[in-house]
Design a protein around this ligand. Structure first.
Ligand SMILES: Nc1ncnc2c1ncn2[C@@H]1O[C@H](COP(=O)(O)OP(=O)(O)OP(=O)(O)O)[C@@H](O)[C@H]1O
Length: 331
């Protein structure tokens, strides 16, 4: 188990992290989500041992991960960290870059392992290419192979697909995460992208301004987000007074509703006026006005015209589910 306890961390006098405490089970995949600047990279750097914390500790089982004040070369042998800057050697080839991270005691198996990793990152055709001649996305894939070369027990990934185009990103995710699961590697992935998180991370921690605002099973977090900030990390979301959705309701509270959770009706429900309709491939995302103060977003299968009037409905089941979180009964 990885045990992280960081009461506080500051860069110079600037407080960055506060009251961080969580655990990750062996083989678990945990996502770290949060807006840009919320402290995700800083947290990964502390866990890996690149930054010194005055009063805090990171343990992997009974081994304490020591920071730069203790280790001459920062980092722990059982842990690998894929940073946002790739840390590659530009003038040697892809396979040489990967090979440099393999054990000198296992030279006879090097070629087989390099081949396996090249397949995983889908760069077999570039084995003999110098890294300086690769695109940013290809370099990020080589960096990934390097951190996997000697299978770590704990892998810290900082925006692992940030430079990779959507087409490759999807197949890479589908290769990588099941591979890590099969090898029982414990993974922490910092990401803005819900597609890195929803299908692959069992648990998710949400950071806001350096504090943990949620630590939950990923599916529960998505279904019952504790606040607007968390829900908005997964995409567009609306916060609407229940009374607006169900006129008979006596509760004076708002609920979070994702755009796909509205049913569009031509006759009854919450009346809205369409302002814009954006094509999203599988559907349209519509921006609509409820009244002068309230704008909301809902999905429709057909394009709607500016000025169209439609009626929206949200199931009672969804509203009740969202209310459970406030009553603390969602566990
Ligand atoms: N070396 C540094 N010195 C001073 N401040 C820093 C340093 N590195 C990061 N910061 C600040 O710390 C805060 C957290 O940064 P961090 O990179 O951890 O956020 P993040 O959530 O990973 O952001 P992103 O998603 O954009 O990578 C930011 O306000 C950033 O400006």
């Amino acid at each position: 188990m990885l045990d992280v306890h960081i009461p506080s961390f500051s860069y110079q006098d600037q407080p960055i992290l506060e009251g961080i405490s969580f655990q990750v089970a062996k083989g678990e995949h945990l996502a770290l989500m949060g807006e840009s600047g919320s402290g995700k990279s800083t947290l990964l750097k502390i866990i890996y041992g690149l930054l010194h914390v005055e009063n805090g500790a990171v343990f992997w089982g009974d081994k304490e991960a020591l920071g730069p004040n203790f280790n001459l070369v920062p980092g722990e042998s059982y842990m690998k960290y894929l940073s946002q800057d790739f840390d590659l050697m530009p003038f040697i080839t892809v396979e040489e870059n990967i090979g440099q991270h393999l054990s000198v005691f296992e030279r006879e198996t090097h070629q087989k392992r390099i081949q396996e990793l090249l397949e995983l990152i889908e760069l077999e055709a570039y084995a003999k290419t110098k890294v300086k001649n690769l695109s940013g996305g290809q370099q990020q894939r080589v960096a990934l192979a390097r951190v996997l070369a000697q299978e770590p027990e704990v892998l810290l990934l900082d925006e692992p697909f940030g430079h990779i185009d959507n087409f490759k990103r999807n197949s890479l995710r589908r290769n990588l995460f099941p591979y890590l699961k099969e090898k029982e590697i414990t993974v922490l992935t910092a990401s803005h992208d819900p597609n890195d998180v929803l299908p692959f991370a069992e648990n998710t921690i949400v950071l806001e301004k350096g504090r943990i605002v949620a630590n939950k099973k990923t599916k529960k977090l998505y279904k019952n987000p504790p606040n607007y900030y968390t829900a908005s990390l997964f995409g567009e979301v609306n916060s609407l007074p229940i009374k607006l959705l169900k006129s008979y309701a006596e509760i004076d509270k708002s609920v979070l509703v994702y755009p796909h959770e509205f049913q569009v009706s031509g006759t009854s429900g919450l009346k809205v006026w369409v302002k814009n309709s954006f094509f999203k491939g599988s559907h349209f995302l519509n921006e609509a006005e409820v009244n002068e103060q309230t704008v909301l977003y809902f999905n429709s299968s057909k394009k709607l015209k500016k000025g169209d009037t439609v009626f929206l409905n949200v199931s009672l089941e969804t509203i009740n589910e969202r209310l459970q979180i406030e009553q603390g009964t969602d566990n």
